[in-house]
Design a protein around this ligand. Structure first.
Ligand code: ADP
Ligand code: ASP
Ligand code: MG
Length: 438
């Protein structure tokens, strides 16, 4: 029998009604054998996510503030579900264990990871599936980086012993000292992908609160078109650039084994959602597959006549930001100029030192710094066969009075990125969308 792996996000596990929907979805198909869950998310707007409450709980523990009230609030998120569904998953006993650990001393990652741990314990009880802990199976190195191959081997070995299981998302443990390590926020999507790979799944179903990926962020563009089929490569570009429906790193494990990812809506289970696979949709009439973007970038531009003839110039420029442990996102170059596009949060108190080193080591004719830049990526596998996509974007933006501060085309030619002033971000996104989608 082939295996389907399902991941349910925070809103899908938020309360008893949502967990009833999960049960119905899982039971509708016997191939749905492994289930990865997030911590309970918001039940209504203005509510809190359990993960955020756990970060607050840690702050109270760390600062010796009495934490009982918050501890009980978090416990009641789980016990109310247990009581309403009439299952005994042993949640109260697990909270006693957690309190013991707190009294003996524990880490922030341990506390925060309990959101997913308890969710998986609860849902395994509801479904009658085994509980398989991510601790000791999703593995990290001593610096907290995910070890993909070791994780695959450990998960594979464990899953082989369970016909059906629920696995908590978002965390694992270090091979160095066994401590709990967290993935970045939204990381349960990555756990789902790791489990899909280790189970040799035929599909990775990612169940959330929208019926698939849309061509643009619905908070910016009115009623954007749904994407039925998209390639791993395109999705990676879009999610990296802010289409937050799937974690940007969730593509890798599934792609390694060619497992399609299907984004589905827990509240509309019959909707087909979006399929993410190797080939994407080669027959689509649209040139572009989607648009995504984010604010908060700084562009540092270095100008020097004959820069292209100066051997080692780019290497020295990169070494300077490397010394400061700063990552860059893009480095568009010309014959006499080099720009670095960097997330402003990376620069914080380092910008002055970096500029001083640029001036000292590179002897440029001029350096300019522009902050408050937003990047917008227009992504499409079919763009490389189509002339003039960048020109159309530039003309459309110019016609509507938006200034382009930076333009860059990815080497894979499936991506044109424009930098605009943050205040123009929403307008520019709508202009590009309307240029290509009629
Ligand atoms: P989960 O808790 O299930 O992991 P997330 O909140 O992480 O869900 O992701 C789903 C959300 O992503 C949607 O509710 C939507 O607001 C947002 N989103 C942002 N960009 C897009 C897009 N292009 N298409 C669909 N949803 C998007
Ligand atoms: N609960 C974690 C978060 O809020 C992980 C996840 O939901 O994927 O970021
Ligand atoms: Mg998410």
């Amino acid at each position: 029998m082939s295996v389907k792996v399902l991941k349910f996000g925070g809103s899908s596990v938020a309360d008893a009604d949502q967990i009833r929907k999960i049960k119905a979805i899982v039971e509708a198909d016997p191939e749905r054998r492994y289930v990865v869950v997030s911590a309970p998310g918001k039940r209504y707007s203005g509510d809190s996510k359990v993960t955020d409450l756990l970060f607050m709980l840690w702050a109270q523990i760390e600062h010796n503030i009495p934490y009982d009230a918050l501890f009980d609030t978090i416990m009641s998120r789980y016990t109310s579900i247990e009581d309403e569904l009439g299952v005994d998953a042993g949640i109260r006993g697990r909270f006693d264990e957690i309190r013991n650990k707190i009294e003996k001393g524990c880490t922030e990652s341990y506390i925060v990871s309990r959101g997913e741990y308890l969710s998986a314990v609860l849902i395994s009880g509801v479904l009658g599936y085994d509980f398989v802990d991510s601790e000791g199976r999703v593995l990290f190195d001593a610096r907290g980086r995910l070890l993909a191959e070791e994780t695959d081997a450990a998960l594979r070995q464990e899953l082989a012993q369970h016909e059906r299981a629920v696995v908590p998302g978002f965390y694992g443990s270090s091979v160095a000292d066994g401590r709990i390590c967290l993935l970045s926020r939204g990381g349960s999507d990555v756990t789902g992908s790791l489990v899909a790979r280790a189970a040799d799944a035929s599909i990775y179903e990612n169940w959330t609160d929208v019926s698939g990926m849309l061509m643009a962020d619905p908070r910016v563009v009115d009623d954007p078109r749904p994407i039925r089929h998209i390639s791993y490569m395109e999705l990676r570009e879009l999610s990296y650039m802010g289409a937050s429906v799937l974690h940007e790193d969730a593509v890798f494990p599934a792609r390694m084994s060619d497992i399609p990812i299907n984004i589905r809506n827990t509240n509309v289970p019959d909707a087909p959602g979006t399929i993410i696979s190797k080939g994407g949709d080669d027959n689509s009439p649209e040139i572009i597959s989607g648009i995504a973007g984010k604010k908060g970038f700084t562009v540092i531009s270095i100008y020097k006549n004959m820069m292209n003839k100066e051997i080692g110039f780019v290497r020295r420029a990169l070494a300077i930001i490397e010394d400061q442990h700063v990552n860059f996102d893009h480095i568009p170059t010309g014959i006499d100029s080099l720009s670095m596009v960097i997330e402003s949060s990376e620069l914080e108190d380092k910008l002055d030192d970096i500029l001083a080193e640029f001036r000292h080591q590179l002897k440029p004719d001029d350096i300019t710094v522009e902050d408050n830049i937003a990047l917008i990526a227009t992504v499409g596998l079919r763009m490389h066969r189509t002339l003039g996509v960048a020109a159309r974007i530039c003309t459309a933006l110019a016609d509507s009075g938006v200034n382009i501060r930076m333009l860059n085309q990815g080497t894979n030619e499936i991506n044109v990125i424009v930098g605009v002033e943050s205040q123009d971000f929403e307008k520019a996104t709508r202009v590009i969308y309307n240029e290509f989608i009629k």
